[in-house]
Design a protein around this ligand. Structure first.
Ligand code: DCP
Ligand code: MG
Length: 242
C-alpha cells in the first residue's frame, strides 16, 4: 500500500519522568515511504529522543505516533522491530562473528545478502581483508573494530533486516567525507521504497533530503529542502556556517 512505512508524529510532547520541562515539544511531521527525512540541530536538541519515541523506548505524554496508520502504542515489540530498524548513535557489537553481528537474529540471511549489505555500507573491503571474512570473531563492545568500522557494520546490519523504516542516528559522522558520500550514493537503491529518517551533524550529509527538519530545544523551528531553509531559516543558516 502507499501507506507502507509512513511515519507520522502529531503534536508529540515528551518529558522524562520527574523533569520540569519537556524535551520534545509539540512535534508534528510525516516521513513518507521512498523519501528521506533529515533531522538536524545542535547537541541536546532532542534528535535521539525523537527517534527513540518512534521505537517506543518511551511513550509521549501528549500526541500520537503512527506507523502505517497504526499507533505505535498498539504494536508489539516484535512488530516494531520488524518494521523499524535503528542504527544507533553508539553502535554496539555482540560477541560472535562479523556474520552473526550482521544477521542479528535474521538467521535466514545468506552470506551473499551480508556481502551486498556490506558493499552498500562501505564495509566490504575491511571485512574482506580479515583472514576469516564473515567468520572473523568480534568481541562484545567491538574492540577489534574501529568506531567507523563499527558504524558501517551497524548500517549493514540494518540493511540486512530490510525494514520498512530506517532510522539513522548520526550514523555517518565517524566516516570521512568521501566514504560518507559513497555510502549515501549507494543507499537509495538499497533502501528503495523504504522510509528513511536521518539524524545528521554535517549539512553535506543531508543536502539531498526530500525534507529537512531543524530542531532546537525539542521544537521544530524550520522545515523544507536544503535550498528553502538556506534562504529562509536563521538556525539552519547558522548550522551551515558553523
Ligand atoms: N535527556 C535526558 N535523559 C535521557 C536522554 C536525554 O534528560 N536519558 C535530555 C538531554 C537533552 C534532551 O533530553 O536535553 C535531548 O537529548 P537527545 O539525546 O535527544 O539530544 P540529541 O540527540 O539532539 O543530541 P546529540 O546531537 O548530542 O546526540
Ligand atoms: Mg543524539
Amino acid at each position: 500500500t502507499p501507506e507502507a512505512g509512513r511515519v507520522v508524529f502529531e503534536n508529540v510532547t515528551f518529558g522524562f519522568p520527574g523533569a520540569e520541562k519537556p524535551v520534545i515539544k509539540n512535534v508534528s511531521f510525516a516521513a513518507e515511504p521512498g523519501k528521506t527525512t533529515a533531522i538536524i540541530g545542535s547537541t541536546g536538541a532532542g534528535k535521539t529522543v525523537l527517534l527513540n519515541l518512534a521505537l517506543r523506548l518511551y511513550d509521549p505524554q501528549q500526541g500520537s505516533i503512527t506507523v502505517d496508520g497504526a499507533p505505535v502504542s498498539e504494536l508489539t515489540r516484535d512488530q516494531l522491530a520488524d518494521t523499524l530498524s535503528l542504527v544507533p548513535q553508539r553502535p554496539y557489537m555482540f560477541s560472535g562473528t562479523i556474520g552473526s553481528n550482521l544477521r542479528f537474529g535474521r538467521t535466514a540471511a545468506t552470506d551473499e545478502e551480508l556481502w551486498e549489505a556490506l558493499r552498500v555500507a562501505q564495509g566490504e573491503d575491511f571485512v574482506r581483508e580479515r583472514e576469516l571474512g564473515l567468520d572473523e570473531p568480534v568481541s562484545q563492545g567491538g574492540t577489534s573494530v574501529s568506531g567507523g568500522q563499527r558504524q558501517r557494520l551497524s548500517i549493514a546490519r540494518a540493511l540486512v533486516s530490510k525494514p520498512k523504516v530506517y532510522l539513522f542516528d548520526d550514523s555517518f559522522s565517524a566516516l570521512d567525507v568521501a566514504t560518507d558520500a559513497r555510502l549515501r550514493a549507494a543507499l537509495p537503491s538499497a533502501t528503495q521504497g523504504a522510509t528513511t529518517i536521518i539524524v545528521a551533524q554535517r549539512v553535506s550529509t543531508i543536502t539531498d533530503a526530500d525534507q529537512i527538519l531543524v530542531i532546537e530545544g525539542g521544537e521544530i523551528v524550520g522545515r523544507g529542502t536544503h535550498d528553502e531553509l538556506l534562504g529562509s531559516n536563521e538556525v539552519y543558516q547558522e548550522i551551515v556556517r558553523s
